[in-house]
Write a protein that binds this ligand. Sequence first.
Ligand SMILES: [Zn+2]
Length: 232
Amino acid sequence: MLTAELKAKWRKPIYAFFDPEPTIEYRKDNRKCVVFRCSAKNCKKREILRYLDTKDAGSTGNMRNHVKTCWGEEILVEADKAKDVDEGRKVTGSYRKNGSITASFEKSKNAQSKASFSYRQHTKTETRMRPFDIVKDRGFVCLMKTGRPHYYLPHPTTVARDVKQVFAKTRKRVADMLQNNDSDINCCIDTWTSPNHKAYAAVTVHFEHEGKLMSLLLDFIEIAKVRTCFYP
Ligand SMILES: [Zn+2]
């Protein structure tokens, strides 16, 4: 049986990472120990034993080591800021629910600085690339600013203007190159269907420029849609 007296000793925030009801069991050579169970969802070790007949029966060293590898050092640091196990449980609970340690500290009086983006690294799904022209998309902004909240992101109109400028300059250069070239100009069409069943055609040009073979893409068209010709 667990005595209230024993339980009262476990007030440190570190206990927040374990089930609130540890058990007293007799393990190895029938020695009496307290079995703490890690409350992380995917914990592989699960049990942390504390033998009561040793000098360091009150030590939380092996618990801390386990939490570091199981939950991550960063959340342990956050939990250590909590004043006791109850406040610590808010941190671990919120982390399990949202996967975010800042969520629990946003409203906390103890928060030293304002939390804006999580320190937790993105998962594979969250990191999946997003189209460049949606720079104001919430997910994209979060992806870019996480870990570096002051990262500069341009306004969508700035990106659109830049793309147009780059396109205009490139088109002029390609036109000049083709018009002032002495070699033969060979045009090709390459057509194919993408895995999502859309048909495309690419128009390429191949020629000799200053002794070197040049290959350029002139146009890229989705077939069965309005054709936009960039190089009339
Ligand atoms: Zn664990």
